[in-house]
Design a protein around this ligand. Sequence first.
Ligand SMILES: Nc1ncnc2c1ncn2[C@@H]1O[C@H](COP(=O)(O)OP(=O)(O)OP(=O)(O)O)[C@@H](O)[C@H]1O
Length: 309
Amino acid sequence: MGRTFGEGWHLLTALSDASFRCDFGETVALLGSNGAGKTTLIKILATLLLPSCGHARVAGHDVAREPERARAAASVVFGGDRGLYARLTGRDNLRFFGMLAGLRRRDIRGRADSVLEQVNLTAAADRRVETYSKGMRQRLHLAIGLMVRPRVLLLDEPTVGLDPLEAQRLREGITSLRDEGVGILLTSHYLLDVERLADRVLLLSGGRIVEDLTPAELVTKSGHAATVTVRGHGRLPAVDDLRLPASVVGTELRGDGTSWELDLRLRAWSAELFGQLGVVFSESRVDDVLVRETRLEEAFTALAARLQA
Ligand SMILES: Nc1ncnc2c1ncn2[C@@H]1O[C@H](COP(=O)(O)OP(=O)(O)OP(=O)(O)O)[C@@H](O)[C@H]1O
């Protein structure tokens, strides 16, 4: 699908060729720099915007031809605390949005109890939303989205502004929905969300999906999977003379004659490297070896910089 805004000289292509699939029971994360088109894509799937070209289906329903059905299958949850009625209780917000979504009055009470439980808000259900923390409001947003038992969840920056504990609670809720078979499309600038939640990552750049891979494949693609730090004492090793394994793509040596530290940047990590490094450093006095796998954040930053270059 594609989407442009404006016309003539002011034509802006937000999405030009965004083709992908997200299955039920799968979480797919959309990653991209500011303005890459993530929110536009979510809005098209939520039927808030029409695509300018191509087509998109949600649970089999075309967003342009059958918007009501597509809308009924999907819930969209935006981050932040817009859109809640602060003077109403959490439960009354759920009732209100449940009615708006067309749920039958007699079903609403039971459904509200169940989603409150799901997002761990039962104890606060009868308090006014103005007394809720940001994290509680965000969980209430998710609960509203769950009122209609969506088959697809569209989450735009769901953990924005949450403290680490609240963000983790929300992630746990999202994971259990995925495990129940909901298809989840997520955008987030917090790479920890993506690392913890995503089965696949779509990299958006220039309005196109340029990569579709697992988080682990994304790290491998960045060309730097791990850093091994070898710490020792005594004479500094002569790095050029060391017969380092071929997967070492960079080195950095620090030391003062009594102790030293050598960082080895590895293209790929495997436990066999320990044995190989044991041979390489057999002449040195090694005290410690630390392995640090490259986090998704570093890998994404490296890839995004390459895409922008
Ligand atoms: N209603 C609109 N009118 C004109 N241009 C728009 C409109 N909505 C989005 N755009 C433009 O489309 C492009 C994609 O915007 P979008 O909000 O989808 O990006 P994003 O990847 O979600 O960015 P961010 O990470 O900053 O939220 C941007 O250049 C933006 O300025």
